[in-house]
Design a protein around this ligand. Structure first.
Ligand code: ADP
Length: 428
């Protein structure tokens, strides 16, 4: 295994896994720290933790457990992944986790680089920008859990980690990988524990990827990980290396479960229910008996035609905003919770009855379904839409497309039907 990633939340893990696959590394994403002895294949493994905003000691303990597992797998490089907006507080958890990983690995210095130029996250003179404004002037200023009121990565890091933090400025990055390596060595000789890496373009990210590809510990966002993947792969174009092969969707019976009420999901449901068997779920029945009603919905799905050309049946809670508001006014958050439990129950029964393809719309809904199916990790497959790959469970015959609310085109559910991936690739 070339790279082992420790990611501080689930969507951040999915994000970096997608970039690693695009960079040519066959990638598996694990939910939580795998049990010792769990074997995975591939070039990269991403362990998704929930350590972004829990107490620093817990984040450190979980990250060290992840490190132990990765080392037992013989992983070459450890990558600490955080958000491209450096989501953290004065207490951490980026700094404390980085300190602990360095201590455990016996490293004296590592790099800090949340830059993700394709998404407008750039670093200049050590200051982090979001689009054309400083981090502290972006919406992150008022984030409910991790408000970012400073944009200097050096100050942020020195505030939450041990030791001092230096900078590899843009001019050095422009001079190429050798110059960056020399600047890192100079920083190390001066006793810096951390070095912030400037980058405002993907070309600079590639220089950095090349410069840090052999470091035992790297910290950053998914941009730097993509740079390292490209450096390791000699920059083969995305899709040309077959890294996503093992995650291709399985054949077999499918279902679409839509639990998002986002605008885009409303449009996707409206389009798809005209061509596939579709059933609108009743939130009141979920509240009365989520498990029993979920099983009933599953049986309806199983009663639909399931030939190779039949579109997968759709069960949807998706409602227009005014309808959702009315339901929430009547029942409060309990309704949403009951809807999630109903989808979870339906998914569990469908899996038990041999359904192998789950298309799920909604972030929370996806979380509930993954939990109900008791999955420990996924192999990342081909993209259906930007940010939404097919994933294949490592321990069960089950493929999933997990889409947060606004992702995907209006035709997303159609794009998930058998043959759609190959047809799209053939059309390229
Ligand atoms: P998104 O990614 O769009 O935010 P989520 O699945 O994360 O979607 O969140 C949608 C939430 O709304 C879930 O908790 C889901 O159970 C709930 N929900 C969906 N439809 C309804 C409905 N008709 N009535 C009540 N709650 C609903």
């Amino acid at each position: 295994m070339k790279i082992g990633v420790i990611a501080d939340d689930f969507t951040g893990a999915t994000d970096i896994a997608g970039f690693l696959v695009a960079g040519g590394l066959a990638t598996t994403q694990m939910i939580g720290v795998p049990a010792q002895g769990t074997e995975v294949t591939g070039d990269a493994v991403v362990i998704s933790l929930k350590s972004r905003s829990n107490p620093a000691e817990e984040a450190v303990a979980d990250s060290l457990a992840a490190l132990d597992w990765l080392r037992a797998q013989g992983c070459g490089q450890v990558f600490q992944k955080y958000c491209s907006t450096f989501d953290s507080t004065a207490e951490g958890n980026i700094g404390p986790v980085a300190d602990a990983l360095m201590d455990a690995l016996g490293e004296e210095m590592t790099v800090i680089c949340p830059a993700l130029p394709v998404n407008g996250r750039t670093i200049y003179n050590g200051y982090l920008f979001v689009g054309d404004v400083l981090l502290e002037e972006s919406g992150m200023r008022d984030h409910p859990i991790t408000p970012m009121r400073d944009s200097s990565l050096m100050r942020l890091m020195e505030g939450q980690a041990r030791g001092t933090c230096g900078l590899v400025p843009l001019a050095t990055v422009e001079a190429g990988p050798e110059a960056v390596r020399a600047a890192l060595a100079a920083g190390r000789a001066e006793g810096k524990r951390y070095m912030v890496l400037d980058a405002v373009s993907d070309a600079q990210i590639d220089v950095l990827g090349e410069a840090v590809r052999d470091m035992a510990l790297v910290t950053g966002g998914s941009g730097l990980a993509a740079g390292i993947a490209r450096a390791l792969n000699g920059a083969a174009p995305s899709g040309a290396h077959g890294a996503e092969e093992a995650g291709r969707p399985l054949d077999g019976r499918g279902v679409v479960l839509a639990g998002s009420c986002s605008q885009m999901t409303n449009r996707q449901v409206a389009l798809y229910r005209d061509i596939a068997p579709a059933l609108a779920l009743d939130p009141e029945r979920c509240m009365a008996d989520a498990a029993g009603y979920g099983a009933e919905l599953a049986d309806w799905v199983l009663a639909q035609p399931a030939g190779p050309a039949d579109p997968a049946p759709l069960v949807y809670a998706t409602a227009r905003p005014e309808v959702l508001r009315e339901i929430q006014a009547r029942f409060g958050a309990a309704a949403s919770d009951a809807v999630e439990r109903c989808f979870a129950a339906a998914a569990a029964r469908l899996a038990a009855k041999g359904v192998t393809r789950f298309v799920v719309a909604g972030g929370e809904t996806s979380g509930a379904v993954v939990k109900a199916l008791d999955l420990s990790g996924f192999i990342i497959g081909p993209q259906i839409a930007p940010g939404v790959p097919w994933v294949r469970a490592i321990d069960k015959p089950c493929s999933l497309a997990l889409k947060s609310g606004n992702f995907g085109a209006e035709t997303f559910f159609l794009d998930c039907q058998p043959g759609a991936v190959r047809a799209r690739e053939g059309a390229k």
